[in-house]
Design a protein around this ligand. Structure first.
Ligand SMILES: Cc1cc2nc3c(=O)[nH]c(=O)nc-3n(C[C@H](O)[C@H](O)[C@H](O)COP(=O)(O)OP(=O)(O)OC[C@H]3O[C@@H](n4cnc5c(N)ncnc54)[C@H](O)[C@@H]3O)c2cc1C
Length: 375
């Protein structure tokens, strides 16, 4: 990172603002901290959410406390809780809800994506309330004899597997509008194996069908014998409906200031150095960067390293580091006891994914990165 640049770097007058403390934001903040930079990390909540483990927290009592890590303990006064509503490029500052203004010399935007609970937790809630929300949801899952998971992308596949693994006696149905499950970027053989594992576990699959009466359904609350109909004429009853579709880029913080650099989905167009087009001191990292690759925590971490390195290099006048997407590495936890995935484009055996990801969901990595002890 910074220290590796060949010319000495003067950090005088440098203040980096990082907007969003997700996987990209905490990686950037930690690297700025160890590089001796003055920085401010801003998030609307007071704790980092390890949403990769959110689905386990939805089924396993007592687990949610491991999935939220308070920022202030790690970053002290360099963390500010608040919602960024605008970036003012004239004054080089970000504006928080309520009017507070924080100036920057360099800006790293990593506001990520929002989506349906429980895969994502979008609410502005305190650390303890956030944990309690998942604990309350576990009770809803426990109260249901049958669960319908809507959406068979990677999140839906993992959700269905988590429920069936923790509660094998429950009826779990996964409905997906396409025939193939999980992310399209995955190898066909990996997607096929995800299907095999779900069937082995006893998950019922309704593929190539869409729920017709979605708008009438109350999500995440157990309501016995709810009737669900599909566009292929299937009718079923279930006690609990969980939606795992529809991620949306969080562009509210920057959309008005960077309207010329927005992709259609609200992500920021970046050059190969991850600088927002036309703004060399502004970087986009993680899900809100318009990079052609699967949206992953793993990539957000890689982006953060490139952005911080490039801030350092731009200060010392060294050539900037390009970001190149590699072959896809993606691991799907299919409950704590199984998993499918690929490393660098090569399919992995199920037991390797289970050992490497499914047992702990890489929680240890984030607690280590935040230099805190996992409860
Ligand atoms: C259920 C699930 C499982 C997943 N599993 C994996 C996995 O196994 N491996 C993997 O690599 N990826 C996985 N992903 C994808 C991964 O979670 C995302 O790619 C990752 O979270 C992106 O990180 P990020 O830092 O870009 O944004 P996010 O993690 O979305 O964080 C954005 C942060 O910005 C904050 N924020 C947003 N707007 C504002 C604002 N205006 N002001 C202040 N703060 C703001 C939010 O509060 C949030 O903390 C999974 C995703 C889901 C939903």
């Amino acid at each position: 990172m910074g220290g590796q640049a060949s010319s000495p770097v003067s950090l005088e007058g440098v203040h980096v603002v990082v907007v969003g403390g997700g996987f990209g934001g905490i990686a950037a903040a930690q690297q700025l901290k160890s590089g001796g930079f003055s920085f401010t990390l801003i998030d609307m909540r007071d704790a980092f959410h390890h949403n990769v483990a959110a689905l386990r927290a939805s089924v396993k009592p007592g687990f949610a406390q491991r999935t939220f890590i308070p920022y202030a303990k790690t970053f002290g006064d360099s963390f500010v809780q608040g919602q960024v509503v605008r970036v003012n490029m004239e004054t080089q500052s970000v504006i928080l809800e309520g009017g507070k203004e924080i100036k920057f010399s360099h800006l790293i935007l990593c506001t990520g994506t929002d989506g349906n609970f429980p895969g994502k937790f979008n609410t502005m809630a305190s650390h303890q309330t956030a944990i309690q929300t998942y604990e309350d949801f576990v009770k809803q899952v426990q109260a249901a004899d049958s669960v319908l998971v809507v959406g068979g992308g990677s999140t839906g596949v993992e959700m269905a597997a988590e429920i069936k693994t923790e509660y094998p006696e429950k009826r779990v149905i996964l409905i997906h509008s396409r025939i193939a499950l999980a992310d399209p970027e995955l190898l066909h053989s990996v997607r096929q194996e995800a299907k095999v594992v779900l069937v082995e576990k006893g998950v019922e699959l309704l593929l190539g069908q869409k729920v017709l009466n979605m708008s009438e359904l109350e999500l995440n609350v157990t309501r016995k014998n709810t009737v669900v109909t599909t566009d292929k004429g299937t009718s079923l009853t279930t006690d609990l409906v969980i939606s795992c579709v529809g991620l949306k880029v969080n562009s509210a913080a920057y959309a008005s200031s960077f309207s010329d650099s927005l992709a259609e989905n609200g992500a920021l167009k970046v050059n190969e150095h991850l600088q927002v087009k036309g703004h060399p001191n502004v970087y986009a990292v993680g899900d809100c960067a318009d990079v052609n690759e699967p949206k992953m925590a793993y990539h957000a971490g890689l982006h953060a390293a490139v952005a911080v390195d490039n801030i350092s290099k731009s200060l010392s006048g060294n050539p900037l580091t390009p970001y190149h997407t590699g072959s896809v590495t993606m691991l799907l936890a299919m409950g704590h006891d199984d998993g499918v995935g690929q490393f660098n484009g090569f399919k992995l055996p199920r037991f390797i994914v289970t050992l490497g990801k499914s047992r702990d969901l890489l929680l240890w990595k984030s607690w280590r990165e935040m230099k805190q002890k996992q409860p």
